[in-house]
Design a protein around this ligand. Structure first.
Ligand code: GDP
Length: 296
């Protein structure tokens, strides 16, 4: 994950290793290399600039206080702390405290919504002992409903679906009514996505959200799509004001820009990451662990 970013940051720190202390000059050189590494990783220039301005200020402020720390090590520590901050500081959980808790899943087609719905269901059932129902609201693609049915069976949770109903609001409400009767603890509503942001999809998701009043709305986005991921995250948030982001396909050759930029740009925390197609892992996003990974 993020191997390029890791190498480039490493090179930026190594530059300092021959120096006895941090100076205006070597800090400026190092900060420039860090900024380039971030931009190369698909972080928007404005974010990279704001990030490195903070790193520079910290480095120049701390160099006289922490004289015994080697310049390269001090820089690593400062960058690490700022990365954690950039990604939101702390991990943030989801709200499923209702009877039932209602989780709405939104995102583009192919982003990994159905896969994540399966992972979250499995996690809630096996690790938190919840009775879970998933609701299939993709009324455009019967294949998507079948895919969710396969996933639900795989992880051992129930599914609510209506093959002949083309109204996602009705399906969601009917499913929730069933879930109440069956004393389910959590329902997860998987919605239709399209290949790009469009008005019809947004109107539909907004209508589902308004009707079902979810306790948690999660936006799922493919990290491989770089700056597009951030733009899509912003477009969805402007419209449906979600609670958190699920960043998928981090097992692929992704550069890291989305992980680093979403909180800054959208103001919403990444809550989960997805690192594979199998149902067996659900990774809660921890900014400090991610920063450590980035720094290698
Ligand atoms: P949806 O259209 O948003 O419901 O997306 P899907 O859940 O169907 O996922 C689209 C494709 O991406 C499928 O082939 C999934 O197996 C794959 N996929 C989903 N999440 C991940 C992930 O974290 N890593 C990888 N490598 N593939 C994923």
């Amino acid at each position: 994950m993020f191997s390029n970013l890791q190498d480039n940051l490493d090179a930026a720190f190594k530059n300092l290793s021959g120096d006895g202390k941090l100076t205006e000059i070597n800090v400026a050189t190092s900060v420039k290399a860090i900024r380039r590494a971030l931009v190369d990783a698909d972080v928007n220039y404005k974010i990279a600039k704001s990030f490195t301005d903070k790193v520079k200020e910290e480095a120049l402020g701390k160099r006289n206080v922490l004289k015994s720390v080697r310049p390269g090590d001090l820089m690593v520590k400062i960058v690490q702390d700022e990365l954690v901050e950039l990604m939101g500081g702390q991990s943030v959980g989801i709200n499923i405290k209702a009877n039932p808790g209602i989780v709405l899943i939104a995102g583009l087609q192919g982003s990994g919504k159905t896969t994540f719905t399966g992972k979250l269901s499995r996690h809630l059932k096996n690790k938190r002992n919840k009775k879970v129902m998933v609701i299939a609201c993709d009324v455009y693609r019967p294949a998507a409903i079948n895919q969710l049915a396969v996933v639900a069976e795989q992880v051992g949770v129930d599914i609510y679906k209506e093959m002949d109903n083309k109204n996602p609001v009705e399906i969601a409400l009917n499913g929730i009514a069933e879930a109440k009767k069956g004393k389910y603890d959590v329902v997860i509503v998987d919605t239709a996505g399209r290949l790009a942001v469009d008005e019809e999809m947004m109107t539909e998701i907004a209508a589902v959200k308004e009707a079902i009043q979810p306790t948690e709305t999660l936006f799922v986005v493919d990290s491989m799509t770089g700056q597009d991921a951030v733009n899509t995250a912003k477009a969805f948030n402007d419209r449906i004001n979600y609670d958190g982001v699920v960043l998928t396909k981090l097992d692929g050759d992704t550069r890291g820009g989305a992980a680093l930029s979403i909180k800054y740009t959208v103001g919403k925390p990444i809550k989960f990451i997805s690192m594979g197609e199998k149902m067996d892992t659900l990774d809660i996003f921890h900014p400090d662990r991610m920063a450590q990974r980035i720094l290698g």
